[in-house]
Design a protein around this ligand. Structure first.
Ligand SMILES: Nc1ncnc2c1ncn2[C@@H]1O[C@H](COP(=O)(O)OP(=O)(O)OP(=O)(O)O)[C@@H](O)[C@H]1O
Ligand SMILES: [Mg+2]
Length: 262
């Protein structure tokens, strides 16, 4: 058995729609090591969200398989139970419940797992600290800014101590400055938790800033167009974005995208 945290093996997806079959994703093959950070870039509609949903087991692939720690993501029973505790999603919008406080929102996955109230409070307070929301534990989501709500949503995803974190453009709706800050935050969290991360983004700079490898997908059906290894030292800083090394990566990825098959 491979020691990879995540194996994406020849994964493809075709949707049956009223207008006929829509092939969204084709032949994706990637192995991801524990603690590795992968960013996925690609044009709108190329199949990124579909791929992420297959990685998380939310939808079944039409071809291929996804393995977490060697086990198929589609296997049921105890394996499915175990996987639930090891996997977390965060999305473009924060999806917090308005009638719960921030700490209640963050602890919700733990509550659903039957963790005791005292343990939940302790854990959600630690997470507030981790994502920079200390002092806002008892606030409601409506009292927070968009960036703070995204941080709360990230904290909720982290509440189960996921081995695998799946992020679908979590910072897409944020302004550039808040986004930079979230990227710094996310990098620090990843270093602390050693989670394996798959991040979908539309920003080349964000991908280069965060990732160990950047996967560039083709237009639909999404196939792997190129994989860039980013060997910039960590922790990465905002200033680093001005360096020739950083700029070279950005340029190389831009060139790849310009060379899409027609
Ligand atoms: N449940 C579904 N049924 C039918 N077609 C779908 C379904 N989900 C996605 N698709 C189609 O699959 C293709 C890929 O969609 P997907 O949402 O994965 O793209 P994306 O790369 O995430 O786009 P964006 O960057 O805009 O979020 C699109 O053509 C979309 O219409
Ligand atoms: Mg999408």
């Amino acid at each position: 058995m491979s020691s990879a945290a995540l194996q994406i093996e020849g994964v493809g997806k075709t949707f049956a729609t009223a207008g006929g079959a829509v092939e969204a994703v084709r032949g994706i093959e990637i192995e991801v090591a524990q603690g590795e950070f992968i960013a996925i870039l690609g044009p709108s509609g190329c199949g990124k969200t579909t791929l992420l949903r297959m990685i998380g087991g939310l939808i079944a692939p039409s071809q291929g398989d996804v393995r977490m720690s060697g086990q198929s993501i589609l296997s049921g029973g105890n394996a499915a139970e175990a996987r639930l505790g090891e996997l977390a999603f965060a999305f473009q919008e924060s999806r917090l419940f308005p009638w719960f406080t921030i700490e209640e929102n963050i602890a919700l996955p733990l509550r659903l797992r039957g963790v005791s109230a005292s343990e939940r409070i302790k854990r959600s307070r630690d997470l507030c600290q981790l994502v920079g929301l200390k002092g806002f534990e008892t606030a409601r989501p409506s009292q927070l800014s968009g960036g703070m709500r995204q941080r709360a949503s990230l904290a909720r995803a982290l509440s189960v101590s996921p081995k695998l974190l799946l992020l679908d453009e979590p910072f897409g709706a944020l302004d550039a400055m808040t986004r930079d800050q979230m990227n710094i935050e996310l990098q620090r969290i990843c270093a602390t938790t050693n989670a394996t991360v798959v991040l979908i983004t539309h920003s080349i700079a964000e991908a280069v800033f965060l990732a160990d490898r950047v996967v560039v997908l083709t237009p639909r059906p999404g196939r792997i167009h190129a994989i860039h290894k980013i060997e910039l030292p960590r922790p990465r800083t905002i200033d680093m974005q001005e360096t020739p090394e950083f700029q070279n990566h950005v340029r190389a990825i831009r060139t790849d995208i310009a060379g899409y098959p027609s």
